[in-house]
Design a protein around this ligand. Structure first.
Ligand SMILES: [Ca+2]
Length: 275
């Protein structure tokens, strides 16, 4: 029988223990992140910001997107890492329910009471999988809205294409259930991934939120301008409105307004304000 030289065995053992060590370290870190997430939910430690969505044609305010951010910590160095982590756990529903509650409750206090507006719309970021959950569907959301004097017509669910939808026929069926109750749908981050065109064609959303990467410096970028013109043509005569995200310069507002784009969001129109 062939014997390997002893240095091979040592090296092999070293790699194995190193592999084991890193796996254990990863598991401990994941466990700490998981405990951190539960603590955030338990103690309602999310900060909610509201960013206005403005009608570019008449400068009125359509509504506000609720943005929920975790406290900064070593466990979650960025908001993206926090949301990525949740997507890999079984806490997605639990977290979404929590987010929906704090967003609506704080929208009532910050926007409706403080700004004394009753008819603006709240845009809620929702994981597509959550809409399939029966308890989300069973009228829980409507009870929550009634408690704060809101109606379903004032709620837009933002579905990001970053979380893939596989069965569009089934998904469309679920969405029509929400729509029949008055809720509206937006495709979020459109243009930043692979599925946005498919989602736009299949789901016929009420709003298309164009990703900031398509809007930045649009006043000087002919390729981006061409894309916006095509999308505007596509939505003309339909019930779909376009919201341009990430507007940071007045020149961008000018271009989009001239093209007839209905709505915009971004620092040049209003920064997110903490509730
Ligand atoms: Ca969004």
């Amino acid at each position: 029988m062939k014997r390997f030289p002893s240095h091979y065995s040592y090296r092999h053992a070293f790699h194995f223990f190193s592999y084991l060590y890193h796996n254990i370290q990863d598991s401990i870190y994941s466990y700490r992140q998981f405990s951190g997430l539960q603590k955030i939910i338990r103690n309602r430690m999310l900060a909610t910001y509201f960013q206005p969505i403005i009608n570019l044609q008449d400068e009125s305010c359509l509504g506000y997107e609720a943005l929920n951010r975790p406290p900064s910590s070593m466990l979650f160095p960025s908001t993206e890492s926090f949301y990525d982590f949740i997507g890999h756990t079984d806490q997605v529903f639990e977290f979404e329910r929590f987010c929906r509650e704090v967003s609506i409750e704080r929208y009532h206090t910050t926007v409706m009471l403080e700004k004394k507006t009753k008819d603006t719309v709240i845009f809620l970021n929702v994981h597509p999988r959550v809409l399939l959950d029966s308890s989300y569907r069973s009228g829980e959301t409507i009870c929550l809205l009634q408690r704060y004097g809101l109606c379903p017509e004032q709620v837009v669910f933002e579905l990001t294409e970053k979380q893939a939808v596989h069965d569009y026929v089934e998904f469309e069926r679920i969405l029509s259930h929400y729509r029949s109750q008055g809720f509206r749908i937006a495709i979020d981050d459109a243009g930043s991934g692979y599925n946005s065109l498919k989602a736009i064609v299949s789901l016929k959303p009420d709003f298309i939120k164009l990703d900031r990467s398509l809007i930045r410096h649009i006043d000087t970028q002919p390729d981006q301008q061409q894309l916006i013109k095509i999308l505007k043509q596509y939505t003309a005569g339909s019930n779909t409105s376009i919201i341009a995200e990430g507007i940071e310069r007045l020149e961008e507002i000018g271009f989009l307004r001239n093209e007839g784009i209905e709505y915009g969001q971004g620092y040049a129109l209003g920064r997110p304000v903490q509730s």
